[in-house]
Design a protein around this ligand. Structure first.
Ligand code: LHQ
Length: 265
């Protein structure tokens, strides 16, 4: 296997992107950020890619920022972490959210710090039952970043968000699923099978409808009901004019599986 910090495998209709620094639990350094961004850009530009699976090599998913790059004795006493966020993490979160195809995060092991919050930025999060989600930031005197305060408060409510953030409590995958933080916790040996099944389904599905659905769902948490109804009208109008919609309805009426062309819609 390659020792590149990010592996990008193109499958039939979808991509698998693997964070690959297992001896550091796939903690992010600059090269890993750059390669992940390049892989996501390639997926976005590839009309043959209908979905993305993001996972980690080895026993962890991602332990957040590589702290060995952050040794205060080496980088000085006045680091600008805001710059690190603006350069690397914030663009990554924005890219995952704006990606016009479903991103499935297969959390294979511990997801800590920004690693947990990058997972939560994905559209569907499935985790191995042995995985844990840790808002590790308070242990090193930081605040949750990479969207952590946004995801946690919206997904599990302020009481649980606050306790997770302040205590850095390692939340087991099953609890994360029971709380609504993630979609599902599955047996460890079922994780990639489950993620692949989802990706294959999206790969043969109505691509444009998925992109529009992402936009509508993302807008809902900040829109008023009136604004959201207007947005749904606008996006549904667009969906309703697509070849995929015609095919979906025809297939239903003809009692056969829909045959969406990958670039249609
Ligand atoms: C690591 C790391 C790691 C380097 C494990 N770095 N080596 C944004 C902007 C700018 C700056 C700061 O940060 C941020 C965002 C953030 O993400 S801040 C939060 C950074 N992450 C953490 O604080 C988590 C640190 N890691 C841990 O607490 C533990 O490793 C966890 C709980 C994740 C896993 O514990 P264990 O399963 O017991 O594994 P381990 O601790 O033995 O780790 C295995 C190896 O991985 C070990 O190396 P070694 O050479 O001893 O085998 C660790 O040093 C290394 N590693 N995380 N973030």
């Amino acid at each position: 296997m390659s020792d590149a910090p990010v592996l990008h495998e193109q499958k039939d209709g979808y991509s698998v992107i693997t964070l690959n620094r297992p001896d550091r639990l796939n903690a992010f350094n600059e090269l890993q950020h750059q390669q992940l961004r390049a892989a996501l850009d390639a997926c976005e530009a590839d009309a043959g890619c209908g979905a993305i699976v993001l996972t980690g090599a080895g026993r962890g998913f991602c332990a957040g920022q590589d702290l060995s790059d952050r040794d205060p004795t080496l980088i000085g006493e006045n680091p600008d972490l805001g710059k690190t966020l603006e350069t690397f993490y914030n663009p990554l979160v924005r890219k995952l959210r704006a990606m016009p195809k479903p991103v499935i995060c297969a959390v294979n092991g511990v997801a800590a710090g920004a690693g947990a919050n990058i997972a939560l930025a994905c559209d569907i999060v499935i985790a191995a039952k042995s995985a844990k989600f840790i808002q590790a930031f308070s242990k090193i005197a930081l605040i949750p970043d990479a969207g952590g305060t946004y995801w946690l408060t919206r997904l599990v409510g302020e009481a649980r968000a606050m306790a997770l953030a302040l205590t850095a409590h390692p939340l087991p995958a099953q609890d994360a699923a029971d709380w609504g933080l993630i979609w599902r916790a599955v047996e460890d040996d079922q994780l990639m099978e489950e993620a692949t099944r989802l990706a294959e389904g999206f790969a043969s599905g109505p691509t444009r409808a998925y992109a529009l659905t992402k936009r509508a769902v993302h807008a809902a948490s900040t829109n008023s009901l009136d604004a959201q109804l207007d947005l749904e009208r606008q996006l549904q109008r667009e969906a309703g004019r697509s070849d995929d919609y015609k095919e979906g309805v025809s297939a239903f009426l003809e009692k056969r599986p829909a045959n969406y062309r990958r670039k249609a819609g």
